[in-house]
Write a protein that binds this ligand. Structure first.
Ligand SMILES: Cc1cc2nc3c(=O)[nH]c(=O)nc-3n(C[C@H](O)[C@H](O)[C@H](O)COP(=O)(O)OP(=O)(O)OC[C@H]3O[C@@H](n4cnc5c(N)ncnc54)[C@H](O)[C@@H]3O)c2cc1C
Length: 285
């Protein structure tokens, strides 16, 4: 655990998180800007950005400009996936595996990721998890399913294989490789999670039933209410007021995570508003 207590922790490496961090830098706040990587996949995917004032180009070009500005303005970035945010009474603790960070306030800018399996939310905390390191120990000698969004999560699947008896791995990428004999890759995607109260297995798209005690979704973004206990959400988005505050004092949200429209300029604008609101919050705290 770091001993340092930041004024603000900004979670999410997209444009909402970046704009919040840039604004906090101007406010001379002690902040931690943390994410899986700066200017993640979504930004890079845009073939042509048509609605960002002064800019004409694609996502890769926009990301390059942002990176240039980030270097020029000396905005620091910490690479880590945050797997839990906890109110500590007077502040927040963020965990990333065995590492923990402390901050007086938080801006959540984790974007949105659509659920790949519809029934997942029904079994949250009852067999469905988004963090192997947090919940893996519950599955000693049991059978688990994991769905991996990228090869970056192979290690988490292998971690599960060290605890569980058997791991079925559903990979959203080609040529998956694992260094554990009890991991079996399954090509047929998950269609449904089944169970009575708790998970008992999954049914694949082709109708095959696989018995399992738990299902892990190993990907960059977890639903916000999973990441932050007690956070109020509506249809999967964080409920925010105009100043981007949430129902948790000191915790603000910005960008796609707060709802539609999913657009760069809206995400950047909300990142800025959240930073101003945090600044005000810290003065009165
Ligand atoms: C193909 C495509 C084309 C698009 N084209 C346009 C366009 O032309 N114009 C436009 O305005 N918008 C466009 N968009 C939408 C735009 O990409 C989003 O609105 C914008 O990226 C939202 O920014 P954000 O910062 O809120 O979230 P994101 O860009 O999604 O960034 C969130 C980041 O947080 C990280 N993260 C999530 N959870 C955690 C965690 N627990 N710990 C650490 N990091 C975490 C993620 O890895 C991600 O990098 C497009 C989107 C796509 C997919």
């Amino acid at each position: 655990m770091e001993n340092k207590v930041y004024d603000v922790a900004v979670i999410g490496g997209g444009i909402a998180g970046y704009t919040a961090a840039l604004t906090l830098k101007n406010f001379k706040k002690e902040f931690l800007w943390v994410g899986v990587k700066p200017f993640g996949e979504k930004l890079l995917k845009a073939e042509r950005v048509k609605n960002f004032p002064t800019f004409t180009g694609n996502g890769v070009e926009l990301a390059a400009l942002l990176e240039r500005q980030m270097a020029l303005e000396e905005v620091p970035f910490t690479r880590a996936k945050i797997d839990g945010v906890y109110a500590t009474g007077g502040g927040f603790m963020l965990t990333s595996g065995k590492t923990a960070f402390s901050a007086r306030s938080v801006i959540l800018a984790t974007g949105v990721e659509t659920e790949t399996v519809e029934s997942a939310s029904k079994y949250l905390g009852r067999g469905v998890s988004y963090c192997a390191v947090c919940d893996g120990s519950l599955y000693k000698n049991k059978t688990v399913v994991c769905e991996l969004s990228s090869p970056n999560y192979a290690e988490e699947a292998e971690y599960l294989a060290g605890i569980a008896k058997k791991v079925y791995a559903f990979c959203k990428y080609k040529n998956a490789e694992f260094r554990a004999e009890n991991i079996q890759t399954v090509e047929d995607p998950i269609a449904l999670i089944v169970g009575e109260g708790r998970v008992t297995g999954v049914v694949t798209k082709s109708g095959k039933m696989l018995e399992a005690d738990g299902v892990f979704f190993l990907k960059d973004a977890a639903p916000p209410a999973v990441l932050v206990g007690g956070l109020e959400t509506e249809a999967g988005h964080v409920k925010v007021a105009r100043d981007m505050s949430t129902n948790l004092a000191g915790l603000f949200a910005a960008g796609d995570v707060t709802g539609r429209p999913y657009q760069y300029i809206k995400a950047a604008g909300e990142g800025l508003v959240a930073a101003f609101s945090v600044h005000k919050f810290l003065v009165h705290d």
